[in-house]
Design a protein around this ligand. Structure first.
Ligand code: ATP
Length: 413
Protein backbone atom coordinates (compact mmCIF):
# COMPACT_ATOMS: atom_id res chain seq x y z
CA UNK A 1 0.00 0.00 0.00
CA UNK A 2 1.24 3.52 -0.70
CA UNK A 3 2.68 5.75 1.97
CA UNK A 4 0.45 8.82 1.60
CA UNK A 5 2.97 11.04 3.36
CA UNK A 6 5.65 10.27 0.82
CA UNK A 7 3.23 11.04 -2.03
CA UNK A 8 2.09 14.24 -0.31
CA UNK A 9 5.73 15.26 0.06
CA UNK A 10 6.05 14.99 -3.72
CA UNK A 11 3.14 17.41 -4.06
CA UNK A 12 0.84 15.09 -6.01
CA UNK A 13 -2.25 16.40 -4.20
CA UNK A 14 -1.55 19.93 -5.40
CA UNK A 15 -1.06 18.73 -8.95
CA UNK A 16 -4.41 16.99 -8.76
CA UNK A 17 -6.00 20.08 -7.21
CA UNK A 18 -6.92 18.17 -4.04
CA UNK A 19 -6.67 18.87 -0.35
CA UNK A 20 -4.49 16.65 1.84
CA UNK A 21 -7.34 14.72 3.40
CA UNK A 22 -9.06 14.03 0.08
CA UNK A 23 -5.72 12.84 -1.30
CA UNK A 24 -5.28 10.48 1.66
CA UNK A 25 -8.63 8.90 0.75
CA UNK A 26 -7.61 8.58 -2.88
CA UNK A 27 -4.29 7.02 -1.83
CA UNK A 28 -6.18 3.94 -0.63
CA UNK A 29 -7.17 3.24 -4.22
CA UNK A 30 -3.70 3.63 -5.69
CA UNK A 31 -1.85 0.57 -6.95
CA UNK A 32 1.87 0.42 -7.35
CA UNK A 33 3.43 -0.75 -10.61
CA UNK A 34 6.83 -0.69 -12.17
CA UNK A 35 7.92 0.05 -15.70
CA UNK A 36 11.53 -0.86 -16.51
CA UNK A 37 12.54 -0.26 -12.93
CA UNK A 38 10.55 2.99 -12.66
CA UNK A 39 7.85 2.82 -9.98
CA UNK A 40 4.49 4.53 -10.50
CA UNK A 41 0.99 4.55 -9.02
CA UNK A 42 -2.32 4.26 -10.82
CA UNK A 43 -5.99 4.63 -9.90
CA UNK A 44 -7.27 1.23 -10.95
CA UNK A 45 -10.86 1.69 -9.77
CA UNK A 46 -13.05 4.57 -10.73
CA UNK A 47 -13.04 7.21 -7.98
CA UNK A 48 -15.36 10.16 -7.73
CA UNK A 49 -13.63 13.28 -8.92
CA UNK A 50 -10.51 11.52 -10.16
CA UNK A 51 -10.74 9.44 -13.31
CA UNK A 52 -9.87 5.80 -13.28
CA UNK A 53 -6.51 5.31 -14.97
CA UNK A 54 -4.93 8.43 -13.45
CA UNK A 55 -1.19 7.92 -12.98
CA UNK A 56 1.33 9.40 -10.58
CA UNK A 57 4.85 8.99 -11.92
CA UNK A 58 8.10 10.67 -10.99
CA UNK A 59 6.45 13.84 -9.73
CA UNK A 60 4.09 14.07 -12.71
CA UNK A 61 0.37 13.44 -12.94
CA UNK A 62 -1.22 11.88 -16.02
CA UNK A 63 -5.01 12.15 -15.78
CA UNK A 64 -7.28 9.29 -16.72
CA UNK A 65 -9.44 9.55 -19.84
CA UNK A 66 -12.95 10.49 -18.69
CA UNK A 67 -15.86 8.12 -18.97
CA UNK A 68 -17.89 8.84 -22.09
CA UNK A 69 -21.65 8.81 -21.41
CA UNK A 70 -23.90 7.03 -23.88
CA UNK A 71 -27.39 7.76 -25.12
CA UNK A 72 -29.81 5.03 -26.14
CA UNK A 73 -32.19 7.45 -27.86
CA UNK A 74 -30.75 10.13 -30.13
CA UNK A 75 -33.69 12.48 -30.36
CA UNK A 76 -33.93 13.09 -26.63
CA UNK A 77 -30.44 12.05 -25.54
CA UNK A 78 -28.51 14.54 -27.67
CA UNK A 79 -30.22 17.69 -26.30
CA UNK A 80 -30.12 16.12 -22.83
CA UNK A 81 -26.39 15.43 -23.14
CA UNK A 82 -25.56 18.99 -24.22
CA UNK A 83 -27.92 21.28 -22.31
CA UNK A 84 -25.54 24.26 -22.44
CA UNK A 85 -24.39 23.96 -26.02
CA UNK A 86 -25.82 25.05 -29.36
CA UNK A 87 -23.69 22.80 -31.53
CA UNK A 88 -21.77 19.54 -31.37
CA UNK A 89 -18.92 18.11 -33.38
CA UNK A 90 -19.59 14.56 -34.52
CA UNK A 91 -16.48 12.39 -34.78
CA UNK A 92 -16.13 8.73 -35.62
CA UNK A 93 -15.81 6.36 -32.68
CA UNK A 94 -13.14 3.87 -33.58
CA UNK A 95 -13.04 0.35 -32.28
CA UNK A 96 -9.68 -0.39 -30.74
CA UNK A 97 -8.05 0.39 -27.42
CA UNK A 98 -7.67 3.71 -25.70
CA UNK A 99 -4.20 5.09 -25.26
CA UNK A 100 -2.90 8.24 -23.62
CA UNK A 101 0.58 9.40 -24.46
CA UNK A 102 2.68 11.77 -22.37
CA UNK A 103 6.33 12.70 -22.15
CA UNK A 104 7.68 11.95 -18.71
CA UNK A 105 10.92 13.52 -17.52
CA UNK A 106 12.40 11.13 -14.98
CA UNK A 107 13.72 12.07 -11.53
CA UNK A 108 17.27 11.77 -12.78
CA UNK A 109 16.72 13.99 -15.84
CA UNK A 110 17.39 17.66 -15.41
CA UNK A 111 16.53 18.47 -19.00
CA UNK A 112 19.97 20.09 -19.47
CA UNK A 113 21.67 17.18 -21.12
CA UNK A 114 19.37 17.03 -24.09
CA UNK A 115 17.33 14.33 -22.39
CA UNK A 116 13.75 15.55 -22.73
CA UNK A 117 12.25 12.51 -21.08
CA UNK A 118 10.46 9.46 -22.44
CA UNK A 119 7.28 9.30 -24.45
CA UNK A 120 5.17 6.66 -22.68
CA UNK A 121 1.85 5.08 -23.63
CA UNK A 122 -0.75 4.50 -20.91
CA UNK A 123 -3.72 2.15 -21.19
CA UNK A 124 -7.21 3.12 -20.06
CA UNK A 125 -6.61 1.70 -16.58
CA UNK A 126 -3.34 3.55 -16.25
CA UNK A 127 -0.75 0.88 -16.95
CA UNK A 128 2.26 1.79 -19.02
CA UNK A 129 2.02 -0.58 -21.98
CA UNK A 130 5.54 -1.54 -23.07
CA UNK A 131 4.27 -2.76 -26.44
CA UNK A 132 2.23 0.32 -27.33
CA UNK A 133 5.06 2.57 -26.13
CA UNK A 134 7.45 0.86 -28.57
CA UNK A 135 5.05 0.47 -31.48
CA UNK A 136 3.86 4.08 -31.33
CA UNK A 137 7.38 5.28 -31.87
CA UNK A 138 7.29 3.63 -35.26
CA UNK A 139 3.78 4.77 -36.15
CA UNK A 140 3.90 8.46 -35.36
CA UNK A 141 6.61 10.95 -34.45
CA UNK A 142 5.30 12.79 -31.41
CA UNK A 143 8.63 14.38 -30.43
CA UNK A 144 7.99 17.75 -32.19
CA UNK A 145 4.58 17.92 -30.52
CA UNK A 146 6.01 17.28 -27.05
CA UNK A 147 8.91 19.70 -27.71
CA UNK A 148 6.32 22.42 -28.33
CA UNK A 149 3.81 21.25 -25.70
CA UNK A 150 5.62 19.23 -23.01
CA UNK A 151 2.50 18.98 -20.81
CA UNK A 152 0.26 17.61 -23.53
CA UNK A 153 -1.62 14.37 -23.11
CA UNK A 154 -2.26 12.92 -26.54
CA UNK A 155 -5.36 10.70 -26.47
CA UNK A 156 -6.30 8.31 -29.20
CA UNK A 157 -7.28 4.84 -30.28
CA UNK A 158 -5.00 2.02 -31.42
CA UNK A 159 -6.88 0.28 -34.21
CA UNK A 160 -6.42 -2.51 -36.70
CA UNK A 161 -6.30 -6.27 -36.99
CA UNK A 162 -2.86 -6.92 -35.47
CA UNK A 163 -3.80 -5.70 -32.08
CA UNK A 164 -3.06 -7.35 -28.73
CA UNK A 165 -6.22 -6.15 -26.95
CA UNK A 166 -9.11 -5.58 -29.37
CA UNK A 167 -8.67 -6.58 -32.98
CA UNK A 168 -11.01 -5.06 -35.55
CA UNK A 169 -10.63 -4.76 -39.32
CA UNK A 170 -10.32 -1.31 -40.86
CA UNK A 171 -10.08 -1.06 -44.64
CA UNK A 172 -7.12 1.33 -44.53
CA UNK A 173 -5.16 -0.36 -41.72
CA UNK A 174 -3.01 -3.44 -42.45
CA UNK A 175 -1.60 -4.01 -39.01
CA UNK A 176 -1.91 -1.47 -36.21
CA UNK A 177 -2.45 2.28 -36.42
CA UNK A 178 -2.95 5.25 -34.14
CA UNK A 179 -5.75 7.82 -34.51
CA UNK A 180 -5.87 10.86 -32.22
CA UNK A 181 -9.27 11.98 -30.89
CA UNK A 182 -8.46 14.24 -27.96
CA UNK A 183 -5.73 16.50 -26.59
CA UNK A 184 -5.72 17.33 -22.91
CA UNK A 185 -3.52 18.91 -20.31
CA UNK A 186 -2.04 15.90 -18.57
CA UNK A 187 -2.37 17.38 -15.07
CA UNK A 188 -5.73 19.13 -15.15
CA UNK A 189 -7.31 16.87 -17.79
CA UNK A 190 -8.66 20.00 -19.53
CA UNK A 191 -9.31 19.38 -23.24
CA UNK A 192 -8.50 21.66 -26.15
CA UNK A 193 -11.54 22.91 -28.08
CA UNK A 194 -12.33 20.58 -30.98
CA UNK A 195 -11.28 22.91 -33.83
CA UNK A 196 -8.01 23.88 -32.17
CA UNK A 197 -7.22 20.27 -31.43
CA UNK A 198 -7.84 19.22 -35.00
CA UNK A 199 -5.66 22.05 -36.33
CA UNK A 200 -2.81 21.19 -34.01
CA UNK A 201 -2.80 17.52 -34.88
CA UNK A 202 -2.87 18.48 -38.53
CA UNK A 203 0.10 20.77 -37.97
CA UNK A 204 2.09 18.01 -36.27
CA UNK A 205 1.09 15.47 -38.88
CA UNK A 206 -0.65 13.20 -36.41
CA UNK A 207 -3.43 11.05 -37.92
CA UNK A 208 -6.84 11.71 -36.41
CA UNK A 209 -10.28 10.25 -36.21
CA UNK A 210 -12.74 11.50 -38.82
CA UNK A 211 -14.86 14.60 -38.19
CA UNK A 212 -18.24 14.22 -39.89
CA UNK A 213 -19.37 17.75 -39.18
CA UNK A 214 -20.61 20.28 -36.66
CA UNK A 215 -24.37 20.33 -36.20
CA UNK A 216 -26.99 22.23 -34.23
CA UNK A 217 -28.20 20.49 -31.10
CA UNK A 218 -31.75 21.77 -31.41
CA UNK A 219 -33.89 22.49 -34.43
CA UNK A 220 -33.14 25.98 -35.70
CA UNK A 221 -35.70 28.43 -34.44
CA UNK A 222 -36.02 26.47 -31.24
CA UNK A 223 -32.42 26.10 -30.19
CA UNK A 224 -31.62 27.05 -26.64
CA UNK A 225 -28.87 29.62 -26.19
CA UNK A 226 -26.49 29.83 -23.29
CA UNK A 227 -28.35 32.77 -21.73
CA UNK A 228 -31.64 30.94 -21.95
CA UNK A 229 -33.14 33.26 -24.57
CA UNK A 230 -34.71 32.00 -27.78
CA UNK A 231 -32.51 31.93 -30.83
CA UNK A 232 -33.86 33.62 -33.93
CA UNK A 233 -35.58 31.44 -36.47
CA UNK A 234 -33.53 31.22 -39.62
CA UNK A 235 -36.73 30.68 -41.53
CA UNK A 236 -35.14 28.43 -44.15
CA UNK A 237 -37.73 25.70 -43.94
CA UNK A 238 -40.85 25.16 -41.92
CA UNK A 239 -39.28 22.28 -40.08
CA UNK A 240 -35.86 23.93 -39.72
CA UNK A 241 -32.48 22.44 -40.43
CA UNK A 242 -31.81 18.84 -39.47
CA UNK A 243 -30.61 18.53 -35.89
CA UNK A 244 -27.48 16.78 -34.71
CA UNK A 245 -29.69 13.83 -33.76
CA UNK A 246 -31.00 13.62 -37.36
CA UNK A 247 -27.49 13.89 -38.77
CA UNK A 248 -26.12 11.25 -36.40
CA UNK A 249 -28.85 8.85 -37.36
CA UNK A 250 -27.94 9.29 -41.03
CA UNK A 251 -24.22 8.87 -40.26
CA UNK A 252 -24.87 5.81 -38.11
CA UNK A 253 -26.83 4.13 -40.90
CA UNK A 254 -23.87 4.52 -43.23
CA UNK A 255 -21.34 3.38 -40.64
CA UNK A 256 -23.51 0.38 -39.84
CA UNK A 257 -23.46 -0.75 -43.47
CA UNK A 258 -19.68 -0.68 -43.36
CA UNK A 259 -19.46 -2.56 -40.06
CA UNK A 260 -18.00 0.42 -38.21
CA UNK A 261 -18.56 1.23 -34.58
CA UNK A 262 -20.28 4.57 -34.15
CA UNK A 263 -19.79 8.20 -33.22
CA UNK A 264 -18.75 10.37 -30.31
CA UNK A 265 -20.42 13.77 -30.18
CA UNK A 266 -18.45 16.54 -28.50
CA UNK A 267 -19.26 20.05 -27.36
CA UNK A 268 -17.03 22.47 -29.26
CA UNK A 269 -15.05 23.27 -26.10
CA UNK A 270 -14.27 19.55 -25.89
CA UNK A 271 -15.66 19.20 -22.37
CA UNK A 272 -18.84 17.20 -22.92
CA UNK A 273 -18.95 13.92 -24.83
CA UNK A 274 -21.71 11.53 -25.78
CA UNK A 275 -21.47 8.27 -27.67
CA UNK A 276 -23.85 6.26 -29.82
CA UNK A 277 -23.06 3.00 -31.60
CA UNK A 278 -24.19 1.03 -34.62
CA UNK A 279 -26.09 -2.19 -34.54
CA UNK A 280 -23.09 -3.78 -36.28
CA UNK A 281 -20.96 -2.91 -33.24
CA UNK A 282 -23.53 -4.24 -30.78
CA UNK A 283 -23.99 -7.46 -32.75
CA UNK A 284 -20.23 -7.89 -33.22
CA UNK A 285 -19.64 -7.47 -29.48
CA UNK A 286 -22.41 -9.93 -28.70
CA UNK A 287 -21.04 -12.54 -31.07
CA UNK A 288 -17.62 -12.21 -29.50
CA UNK A 289 -18.89 -12.23 -25.93
CA UNK A 290 -21.15 -15.25 -26.52
CA UNK A 291 -18.24 -17.17 -28.02
CA UNK A 292 -16.75 -16.96 -24.51
CA UNK A 293 -20.00 -16.96 -22.58
CA UNK A 294 -18.66 -17.79 -19.13
CA UNK A 295 -15.83 -15.27 -19.24
CA UNK A 296 -17.83 -12.20 -20.24
CA UNK A 297 -19.97 -10.55 -17.58
CA UNK A 298 -23.66 -11.02 -18.22
CA UNK A 299 -24.15 -7.27 -17.81
CA UNK A 300 -21.94 -6.77 -20.88
CA UNK A 301 -24.37 -8.78 -23.02
CA UNK A 302 -27.49 -7.36 -21.44
CA UNK A 303 -26.45 -3.74 -22.09
CA UNK A 304 -25.99 -4.46 -25.78
CA UNK A 305 -29.35 -6.16 -26.11
CA UNK A 306 -31.05 -3.16 -24.52
CA UNK A 307 -29.33 -0.81 -27.01
CA UNK A 308 -30.73 -2.83 -29.90
CA UNK A 309 -34.25 -2.63 -28.52
CA UNK A 310 -34.14 1.16 -28.15
CA UNK A 311 -32.67 1.62 -31.61
CA UNK A 312 -35.35 -0.55 -33.16
CA UNK A 313 -38.08 1.55 -31.54
CA UNK A 314 -36.52 4.98 -32.18
CA UNK A 315 -35.98 4.08 -35.82
CA UNK A 316 -39.61 3.09 -36.23
CA UNK A 317 -38.77 -0.27 -37.68
CA UNK A 318 -41.43 -2.23 -39.44
CA UNK A 319 -42.24 -5.68 -38.10
CA UNK A 320 -40.21 -7.13 -40.90
CA UNK A 321 -37.16 -5.00 -40.18
CA UNK A 322 -37.42 -5.79 -36.48
CA UNK A 323 -37.57 -9.48 -37.30
CA UNK A 324 -34.44 -9.16 -39.39
CA UNK A 325 -32.68 -7.45 -36.49
CA UNK A 326 -33.89 -10.20 -34.17
CA UNK A 327 -32.50 -12.78 -36.54
CA UNK A 328 -29.07 -11.11 -36.60
CA UNK A 329 -29.06 -10.89 -32.82
CA UNK A 330 -30.10 -14.49 -32.45
CA UNK A 331 -27.33 -15.61 -34.77
CA UNK A 332 -24.75 -13.57 -32.90
CA UNK A 333 -25.81 -15.26 -29.69
CA UNK A 334 -26.51 -18.83 -30.68
CA UNK A 335 -24.12 -19.53 -33.52
CA UNK A 336 -21.12 -18.27 -31.55
CA UNK A 337 -21.99 -20.39 -28.50
CA UNK A 338 -22.57 -23.38 -30.72
CA UNK A 339 -19.14 -22.97 -32.35
CA UNK A 340 -17.52 -22.77 -28.92
CA UNK A 341 -19.27 -25.87 -27.60
CA UNK A 342 -18.29 -27.81 -30.74
CA UNK A 343 -14.67 -26.69 -30.44
CA UNK A 344 -14.47 -27.85 -26.83
CA UNK A 345 -16.28 -31.09 -27.69
CA UNK A 346 -13.54 -31.79 -30.24
CA UNK A 347 -10.97 -31.56 -27.47
CA UNK A 348 -9.65 -28.13 -28.40
CA UNK A 349 -9.66 -25.03 -26.25
CA UNK A 350 -11.10 -21.60 -26.86
CA UNK A 351 -9.71 -18.22 -25.93
CA UNK A 352 -9.02 -14.72 -27.15
CA UNK A 353 -6.71 -15.03 -30.10
CA UNK A 354 -4.54 -12.11 -31.21
CA UNK A 355 -1.76 -11.57 -33.71
CA UNK A 356 0.90 -8.89 -33.27
CA UNK A 357 3.68 -7.73 -35.54
CA UNK A 358 6.54 -5.71 -34.10
CA UNK A 359 10.23 -5.78 -33.27
CA UNK A 360 11.24 -8.99 -31.46
CA UNK A 361 11.96 -6.92 -28.37
CA UNK A 362 8.51 -5.26 -28.39
CA UNK A 363 6.79 -8.64 -28.72
CA UNK A 364 8.81 -10.04 -25.81
CA UNK A 365 7.90 -7.01 -23.72
CA UNK A 366 4.21 -7.53 -24.55
CA UNK A 367 4.13 -11.21 -23.63
CA UNK A 368 5.94 -10.50 -20.39
CA UNK A 369 3.56 -7.62 -19.63
CA UNK A 370 0.47 -9.79 -20.22
CA UNK A 371 1.82 -12.70 -18.19
CA UNK A 372 2.78 -10.25 -15.45
CA UNK A 373 -0.92 -9.43 -15.17
CA UNK A 374 -1.69 -13.05 -14.45
CA UNK A 375 -3.04 -13.90 -17.91
CA UNK A 376 -2.38 -17.35 -19.33
CA UNK A 377 -0.83 -16.78 -22.73
CA UNK A 378 -0.16 -19.58 -25.18
CA UNK A 379 1.97 -18.75 -28.20
CA UNK A 380 0.49 -20.56 -31.21
CA UNK A 381 2.82 -19.37 -33.94
CA UNK A 382 5.99 -17.33 -33.95
CA UNK A 383 7.56 -16.20 -37.22
CA UNK A 384 9.99 -13.65 -38.58
CA UNK A 385 9.00 -11.34 -41.42
CA UNK A 386 11.28 -8.53 -42.59
CA UNK A 387 13.03 -8.37 -39.23
CA UNK A 388 9.74 -8.23 -37.33
CA UNK A 389 8.38 -10.94 -35.14
CA UNK A 390 4.83 -12.00 -35.99
CA UNK A 391 3.25 -13.87 -33.12
CA UNK A 392 -0.21 -15.34 -32.73
CA UNK A 393 -1.10 -15.99 -29.14
CA UNK A 394 -4.18 -17.04 -27.25
CA UNK A 395 -5.33 -15.64 -23.93
CA UNK A 396 -6.80 -18.65 -22.18
CA UNK A 397 -10.32 -18.09 -20.95
CA UNK A 398 -10.53 -20.62 -18.17
CA UNK A 399 -14.20 -20.43 -17.20
CA UNK A 400 -15.58 -21.03 -20.69
CA UNK A 401 -13.24 -23.97 -21.29
CA UNK A 402 -13.93 -25.57 -17.91
CA UNK A 403 -17.67 -25.02 -17.74
CA UNK A 404 -18.29 -26.06 -21.32
CA UNK A 405 -16.35 -29.27 -20.81
CA UNK A 406 -18.11 -30.00 -17.53
CA UNK A 407 -21.55 -29.54 -19.08
CA UNK A 408 -20.58 -31.71 -22.04
CA UNK A 409 -19.55 -34.39 -19.58
CA UNK A 410 -22.97 -34.30 -18.02
CA UNK A 411 -22.51 -32.05 -15.04
CA UNK A 412 -25.94 -31.43 -13.59
CA UNK A 413 -26.91 -27.83 -12.88
P1 ATP B 1 -16.40 4.37 -20.91
O1 ATP B 1 -15.78 4.33 -19.57
O2 ATP B 1 -16.07 5.61 -21.65
O3 ATP B 1 -17.87 4.05 -20.96
P2 ATP B 1 -15.94 1.87 -22.33
O4 ATP B 1 -14.83 0.96 -22.04
O5 ATP B 1 -17.33 1.44 -22.10
O6 ATP B 1 -15.62 3.25 -21.67
P3 ATP B 1 -16.44 2.56 -25.04
O7 ATP B 1 -17.89 2.22 -24.96
O8 ATP B 1 -15.62 1.91 -26.08
O9 ATP B 1 -15.66 2.36 -23.75
O10 ATP B 1 -16.36 4.15 -25.29
C1 ATP B 1 -15.38 5.03 -24.87
C2 ATP B 1 -14.07 4.85 -25.63
O11 ATP B 1 -14.22 5.09 -27.01
C3 ATP B 1 -12.98 5.81 -25.24
O12 ATP B 1 -12.30 5.38 -24.10
C4 ATP B 1 -12.06 5.81 -26.46
O13 ATP B 1 -11.01 4.90 -26.30
C5 ATP B 1 -12.93 5.31 -27.57
N1 ATP B 1 -13.02 6.23 -28.71
C6 ATP B 1 -12.91 5.86 -30.01
N2 ATP B 1 -13.06 6.88 -30.82
C7 ATP B 1 -13.26 7.98 -30.05
C8 ATP B 1 -13.48 9.35 -30.33
N3 ATP B 1 -13.54 9.82 -31.56
N4 ATP B 1 -13.64 10.18 -29.28
C9 ATP B 1 -13.60 9.72 -28.01
N5 ATP B 1 -13.40 8.43 -27.70
C10 ATP B 1 -13.25 7.56 -28.70
Amino acid sequence: PPDPDALLAEGYHRRLGMGESAFRQLAEYLERREYEGRPYWHVSDYRRGIERGTVLIEGTVVRGFPKVPRTLVLETGVPEGFPDHDAVAVEEKLNGYNVRVARIVGDGDDGDDGDDGDVLAFTRSGLICPFTTRVLERLVDLEPLFDAFPDAMVCGEMIGPENPYTAHEYADVDSLAFRAFDWRDRESGDPLPVRERRERYERFDVPQTRLFGIYDVAESGRSPTTDGSEREDRGDSPKGEPTAADEVRRIIERLDERGREGVVMKSLDGREQLKYTTSAANVGDLAYAFSLPFDYGQAFMFRRLIREAFQSVEWNESDEEARERAHDLGEAILISMRDTIETVAEGESVGERHTVRASPEAVDALLEHLRGQGLRIEVESDEREDGDRVVTFCKRTQSTNDKTRNYLEGQVV
